[in-house]
Design a protein around this ligand. Structure first.
Ligand code: GAP
Length: 453
């Protein structure tokens, strides 16, 4: 591993994200807010495409999964029963010299004792638990009775709505409930750009099953999820399924995998796939006094279902997509001289803009009119972008840099001025190979739709 090259690569990615409007620091004009990020015009498209594809694959393409959208604020009793109020903590250490607040695993262990990674100081407090949930108050009074938390995961809303959803959807085991939404954790040290944030989004599926099916479904969902990442353009070589060892696993889990990705800053978790047994539903059943049992019509038995949970981070996946897509190669400039090209090689399925349309010259009215007609033709099918400013090579380069997979150029052939046989044809350029083909305007929607889906 070349640490210097990887650090430089990450710097370039962060700078591109800002320069082209993928990701900005939250509240930037006030100096930012640590661990919080805003997605700009391109970032929001990328994020939306990812979430829509996840929803499509997990909910719409299956008979055995339904969706829900729970509230961020929930009764505090939920967090007591789930165990978050007592145990959702990171051990934390303070450095008395530089006042840095550190996660215990960041402290440098040396022969002479523990050392602060910030200032090298050795005057450190003993580790103590720090709860990662953000507190808030519901209503006008600010006391214990109105205290609750911003949810640190979306999963609990699924567990507490299990019975309602079972009744309305009339699903039989095994079946799942899916949700995408915001989660909040007061991380001690947010870092690596958006990787560890304080506000982020999760895509979670709780797949309920019988006790005997848990281990098989754990493996099933691991492979489904690996396939998903490959289908959005993440290379299999950079994905790793790590079996979480017994001593690291939550006590109630019978098996957990971390799906990890080789980021430029190291191999890190993208998603957890965990067999959580009947722990969650049992906890809520016991605490609420309401039955969360399933009645099996065939065996006439009642029992609390078990659950397998694939839980993915939207922001981490977006970051992995950008890291995976970033590349530098060479392309000819206007005079045919080779120059460096930055290109985001997004899979067309998740690219923010699918196709850019260019009139060859902006001061030739028939070219502009035709290009705008093509934009109108494509718009019902995909997100398109019209650009008439600058030399055509520059315009291609601008789109390469944001990962637009296709470019359509309207030229004099399109108008039939040089050869009547070429009337109503355009050049279609592919981003990665830079190859151009001549296609009929009327065929464009069909060709592009088949290549982006
Ligand atoms: N319901 C289970 C659960 O929340 P988790 O491993 O704590 O499990 C699941 O979180 C996923 O959420 C992680 O794999 C990661 O992708 C994402 N995630 C967790 N904490 C995050 C953070 N501080 N910033 C960004 N993403 C985070």
């Amino acid at each position: 591993m070349d640490f210097k090259a990887d650090a430089q690569r990450m710097e370039k990615i962060v700078s591109l994200c800002k320069r082209r409007g993928f990701i900005f620091q939250s509240s930037e004009i006030y100096g930012g807010l640590s661990g919080c990020w805003d997605y700009g015009p391109l970032g929001v498209e990328l994020k939306r495409n990812l979430k829509n594809y996840w929803w499509h694959v997990i909910v719409h393409e299956r008979d055995d999964v339904v969706g829900m959208d729970g509230s961020i604020l929930m009764n505090r009793a939920v967090w007591k029963a789930s165990g978050h109020e007592d145990t959702f903590t990171d051990p934390m250490v303070d450095c008395r010299s530089c006042k840095a607040r550190l996660r215990t695993d960041q402290v440098i262990e040396k022969k002479g004792g523990r050392q602060c990674p910030n200032c090298g100081g050795r005057d450190l407090t003993e580790p103590r638990p720090f709860n990662l949930m953000f507190k808030t108050y519901v209503g006008a009074t600010e006391d214990e009775s109105s205290l609750t938390y911003l949810r640190p995961e979306t999963a609990q809303a699924i567990f507490v709505q299990f019975k309602n959803i079972l009744e309305v959807s009339r699903k039989k085991l095994p079946f799942g409930i899916a949700q995408i939404g915001k989660a909040f954790r007061n991380e001690i040290n947010p870092r690596n750009f958006t990787f560890r944030s304080r506000e982020f989004e999760q895509m979670e599926l709780e797949y309920f099953c019988r006790a005997g099916e848990g281990m098989r479904l754990l493996d099933y969902w691991l492979w489904e999820r690996l396939k998903f990442y490959e289908n959005i353009g993440i290379s299999r070589e950079k994905l790793h399924a790590r079996k979480v060892p017994d001593e690291e696993r939550a006590f109630y889990s019978k098996g957990t995998y971390d799906i990890e990705y080789d980021f430029p800053f190291g191999r890190q978790e993208l998603e957890g796939v965990a067999y959580r047994t009947d722990y969650d539903l049992s906890q809520h059943q016991n605490a609420s006094g309401k039955s969360l049992e399933y009645f099996d019509e065939e065996t006439k038995q009642r029992f609390v279902p078990h659950v397998v949970e694939p839980s993915a981070g939207v922001d981490r996946t977006v970051l992995a997509l950008i890291c995976e897509a970033y590349s530098e190669d060479e392309a000819p400039d206007e005079k045919g001289k080779m120059e460096m090209r930055i290109v985001l090689r997004f899979h067309p399925r998740i690219a923010p803009i699918k196709c850019a349309v260019f009139p060859l010259l902006k001061n030739k009215e028939p070219l502009v009119t035709k290009a705008k007609e093509i934009v109108a033709l494509l718009r019902p099918h995909m997100y398109v972008f019209y650009d008439e400013t600058g030399a055509i090579g520059r315009r291609y380069r601008r789109q390469d840099e944001i990962g637009t997979p296709f470019g359509v150029t309207v030229d004099f052939e399109t108008l039939g001025e040089k050869d009547a046989a070429l009337r109503d044809t355009v050049t279609l350029r592919e981003r990665d190979s830079m190859k151009q083909e001549r296609v009929l305007v009327k065929d464009l929607p069909g060709i592009l739709v088949s290549r982006i889906s």
